[in-house]
Design a protein around this ligand. Structure first.
Ligand SMILES: Nc1nc2c(c(=O)[nH]1)N[C@H]1C(S)=C(S)[C@@H](COP(=O)(O)OP(=O)(O)OC[C@H]3O[C@@H](n4cnc5c(N)ncnc54)[C@H](O)[C@@H]3O)O[C@H]1N2
Ligand code: MOO
Length: 400
């Protein structure tokens, strides 16, 4: 039997990064930056007004107050976006808007609220200091500085910064393309009629969704035949669209195990992992494409994904955090666990009290309990029982 750690390492070695890709900012959301990005210009790009008001020289309105206002001629309007920036002359004001370039010669902006708002002359009822209400060229970021470091995950603020710097595209580590393939002749696509003995196919949407949540892109295929030739032909037909094949089902000890029968002597190793659920596993490379074969029981499939596939995908996509956040929590009830197997129990974590309770029995077909849980309780292989009140490690599934 392989340990969870050993199998996780095998899967991690299998999934490798795709070459970096220059991507539009819209398509870069959620991706990881492949290289440092240098500021090609400063931000702000020029001295500009932080207020709607009047660009003045502080000395021209020294001592101004409500009781002792100063009136200056207004030379011109400078709305944001005006590109022919006028010169400021001593003893005058320019009406200026937020974001507009400061006219050379002016040293401060007096907000409109401190004036009568005049357009030919302006009565100013407060004094100012040089530099007041001016946003200086380069005070946010100077040209040539590293704006974002390689490895940054691109979300709203990072994409905003890149756009402000003028980047239309950015080099990112592209998503891994996961081809999810469910196998089993009992499986029928949701929405169609069921005959006796058939069930709705639920693993592929679950695994595809989990892959997307991990930052990958995913497509689904359903393979129902027991014919190994057809199965291999299906893999070959989709090899160009997949960086990783992810199958579920057909890997245990039964008579119709199409995944195992097709791949056992074709570069895929089938092993038993000392965990529960998720004991039967397989991994390898089929004609150049990595393939991970998960067990068919739905809970086993999803927990195997969490434990083995998700960290490998995220590492290959450059994310700093590959595993879930592990928190220590106090167990709310006694639990038992099979000796020699690392058990992952579905749980509900109460962050406020730092307690966790398990939800549903350990068996691997209980989808409802799985859907009601928000964490996994990680019980070490050497543990047979844990009493209520003891601290356990919990994987928080509610956070990326
Ligand atoms: N004699 C033994 N039997 C089993 C063993 C064993 O060691 N010896 N291991 C058990 C364990 S543990 C697991 S887990 C499963 C894994 O079996 P397979 O990977 O071969 O999966 P299947 O037999 O194809 O399916 C198992 C179960 O899950 C349902 N299933 C499969 N795929 C889907 C799907 N896409 N959507 C919904 N449900 C699915 C399937 O109908 C079966 O009920 O083997 C145990 N048996
Ligand atoms: O190991 Mo199976 O994955 O328990 O249900």
């Amino acid at each position: 039997m392989r340990s969870v750690t050993e199998h996780a390492a095998a899967i991690a070695a299998l999934v490798t990064a795709r070459p970096e890709q220059e991507t539009t900012l819209a398509a870069a959301h959620g991706r990881v930056l492949a290289r440092d990005v240098i500021a090609p210009r400063s931000l702000p790009g020029f001295d500009n007004s932080a207020m709607d008001g009047y660009a003045v020289r502080a000395t021209d309105i020294a001592g101004a107050s409500a009781a002792n206002p100063v009136t200056l001629p207004v030379e011109a309007d400078i709305p944001a976006g005006r590109t022919d920036i006028p010169q400021h002359h001593a003893g005058t004001a320019h009406r200026i808007m937020t974001g507009a370039a400061l006219p050379p010669g002016a040293d401060s902006v007096i907000p409109v609220e401190r004036t009568d708002g005049g357009t030919t002359t302006v009565r100013i009822t407060a004094s100012t200091d040089p530099g007041q209400h001016i946003r200086r060229n380069g005070e946010d970021i100077a040209k040539g500085e590293i704006a974002l470091a390689r490895g940054s995950t691109l979300r709203a603020p990072q994409l905003g910064l890149l756009a402000a710097l003028g980047y239309a595209t950015v080099p990112v580590i592209p998503p891994i393309r996961v081809m999810v393939l469910s196998t089993g002749s009992e499986l029928v696509a949701p929405g169609q009629a069921l005959r006796p003995g058939e069930i709705y196919e639920s693993n592929s949407i679950m695994l595809a969704s989990a892959a997307r949540e991990a930052g990958a892109v995913a497509a689904q295929l359903r393979f129902v035949s027991d014919d190994t030739g057809d199965f291999l032909a299906t893999l070959r037909a989709h090899a160009d669209d997949a960086d990783v094949f992810l199958t579920s089902g057909g890997v245990s000890a039964g008579a119709y195990e199409v995944v195992k029968d097709s791949l056992a002597d074709r570069g895929v190793e089938f092993v038993k992992v000392a965990m529960q659920p998720g004991m039967p596993q397989g991994s390898g490379t089929f004609e150049g494409t990595p393939i991970i074969t998960l067990p068919g029981n739905p809970v086993s499939a999803l927990i195997s994904f969490e434990v083995f596939v998700r960290p490998a995908l995220r590492a290959a996509m450059g994310y700093a955090r590959t595993g879930r956040e592990v928190v220590a929590a106090t167990l709310a009830e006694d639990i038992r666990s099979p000796l020699g197997k690392r058990q992952f129990r579905r749980g509900v974590l109460d962050r406020a009290t730092g307690t966790v309770r398990t939800i549903g029995p350990p068996a691997s077909h209980y989808l409802r309990w799985l859907a009601s849980s928000d964490c996994l309780v990680d019980i070490p292989a050497a543990t047979e029982a844990i009493p209520a009140g003891q601290a356990v490690e919990v994987w928080d599934l509610s956070r990326p």
